[in-house]
Design a binder for this molecule. Sequence first.
Ligand code: C2E
Ligand code: CA
Ligand code: CA
Length: 808
Amino acid sequence: TFDLVKRILNQKATELFCIFLVAGKLIPDLGSFIMFRSSLWRLYLFLVCCSVVLISSMGQYVWSDVKNEELRELNYLHRLISRSAHDQLRLQAAMLKILSRRLIDIGLFDDIKRSKTIMDEILQDNPVFIAYGLATLDGELVITSSNLNPDNLPNILENPKSRDSFLHTLERDNLTLGRTYYYQPLREWIIPLRYAIRDKQDRPVGVISTAITIDGDFNPWRMMDPDDDTYVVVTKNATSDDGFYTQYSDPSLYPIGNEELYDVAYPEEAIKEIKRNIIGQSGMDIETFMRSEEIVQYEFYDPIIGQLLIDSAAYNNEFEIFTSVSRKYLSIVEKFKATFLKYVFLFFLFNLVLYYIVRYIDRIQAESKKVLEFQACHDQLTSLPNRYYLEMFFASWQKKIGDRYSVLYLDLDNFKIINDRYGHSVGDKILNVLARRLLSYTPQDAMMIRQGGDEFIFLMPYFDTKKLHQFVETISLRLKKKIRVDTLEFSLNGSIGIAVSDKSGHVLDELLRKADLAMYEAKRSHENYVFYSDRLQEISNERAQIEEALQNALEYKEMYMVYQPQIDAESGHVIGVEALIRWVHPTLGVVPPHKFISVAESTGQINPIGDYVIDTVFREFKEIQSIWQSLRVSVNVSVKQLLRNDFHSYLNSKSAEYGISPSRLVVEITESLFIEDFDQIQALLTQIRNDGYTIALDDFGTGYSSLSVLRRLPIDVVKIDKSFIHDILTDSHDIALVKSIIGIGKSLNIPTLAEGVEELEQVVLLELYGCDLFQGFFFAKPMNMQSLHSFLVNYTPQKYLKSKDMMV
Ligand code: C2E
Ligand code: CA
Ligand code: CA
């Protein structure tokens, strides 16, 4: 078993070596593959597998190449050695034949002295042989060359080592090799060579016996000893089973001495194995193989030297010798290793380079992935986290902060105007400065997110209202602080909605929605910030209901117009009416305009409604116009409506359609208009006014308008908001305000109209300050066209003038 394992190991050493190498390389690769699982590492693994397949098939190729080369070389060596040995043996055979003839010529055995002289002469001329002897058929050496003394030489027939071959010599007419043995008289290991001398009747009469030494210079096989790894083994008749070596080319490699090498028969089992190999490889039986003299090659484990060999063997019929040239299998393995190592080195180099390339690409990929991730999670302009970031990291943020936190929703006021007027690059710069500024005031563990456009979200780690108040105050203050872009200076306002999570904790989306709602309310009510409350939710729900109901309001004819008279302060005459819209919904009931107009504005439904108002007013007014020719009608026009491209032409077309002069129509616009593009509005209003329409500025005093605005716009009437009139009798602040508005009107030569006049005392006071026109429940409530008709018929300014006089 041990031998077998050794055999396999020798043969498979390289293959095993490769397997270990590959496994050693593959295991760490497999590790990184599992760790990364990226397609790149999978590709890498694939390439490594490919290179493994390549290297192993390369190994196979190199192996068979090296082995075939060795076999060819061995075959060639065999031919060379056998041929050379064969030629020498022939020469020596000829020599012995000459000697025998000369001995016969002088009478065999007769002239001992002359025979001896001839032998000595030939020995001198031909140093191949070590000595000569002439033996009788009984094996007795009677005449010898001078270097031997025939008196005490052993009988050839009596010696078992020489007996068989001696008898065999007598049967052959050729040089016959004897068994190699230690010849005491000469003190040498010799290969005996014998030749039978025959008489005229071809009967053997004597035998010439000579020998060559196994390690002498003239030994034909010794001369051809090629190298350390190659043996030449000659056996007289290995195949006839005597199992003794005739010549072993390199006994120094042999682990045992000559005694055991030449005197001990080669193991029977091994001989059988050789035979089996010969039969297997040549496809012939032994006799045919011997006759054919063909070279056969096989692998063979030599039990004596304990090595696997490859043999190249053939049989020589002429001299009855079996020659095998063997080479250690390991030497092939060595050669293979030497060649293959270059490929293995390349394989390693390739893998190493590949590994570093892949690792390099992987790192680049990881880095660009990081950059991409950052880009995906952050706003490009301000580098603030974006909404996606919020989605990704909210959970971990909340884990850190706990269930109770608050959400702030900030929306800049009128930022669109900056973008429109100064361009987006200016807008972007402002946003950038602002973002950095606000971020610097945001607490460490809060989150500031750019939601998009001019909207920002703050996630605050606390819910304490006092702290939140403080924070929004600072934010609002910071917003107002001037921002310089190039030569321009900007001061911003923002609306902030705040939603606080309660004890139960809120889903983020819900808080965001609430904060958004609160922000919307802040915008609507012009507050800096608004905390979310359930009331806001109610309003929002109501708006949603209104929004839905509005969709069919016009189609179902749920809307109609009412008119409220406007009175000239001095004469007490009705100089005009204001048209006001009314909506009665089957389930919602009466919905006042201040509730649905803003909804309609945000949904865009203000357009059909606005058209309906203008059309209806013109149509209904046509009827009474013929009677009260100087009466004017005021129409409320929303910002959205006014800024529509076709508003002006629509107005003109309706004026023409119903035959009502533009001088009869007053367009009421509100102050909130001025947040939009001032220049555009100025141009538009000028055009409208040039066509003969009158322009009234509604709700004056509630917005941001200043004296300069009033001066630059083509305004014909200023309407003082009813909220100031309401408390005019009690609130000194309101008195002052109304007084100054009337004063401005006077100085700019613009008449003023007081809205919401409900009491006579108000009328008297307003007239005292110089107010020109009145409108309010004191005179008349808004009424439909029919009621207006009868109102106008019955109205006399006398009643009003009288009571006024009484007051005074
Ligand atoms: P506004 O233009 O300021 O209209 C005057 C509002 O004051 C009217 O409310 C009117 O009914 C009310 N009013 C008149 N006299 C008195 C009074 O003595 N005391 C009190 N407390 N109120 C008085 P209304 O009709 O509810 O309209 C509210 C707002 O809706 C209007 O304010 C106007 O801005 C808007 N609006 C009404 N009709 C239209 C319309 O046809 N188109 C557009 N765009 N807006 C309209
Ligand atoms: Ca109005
Ligand atoms: Ca008003």
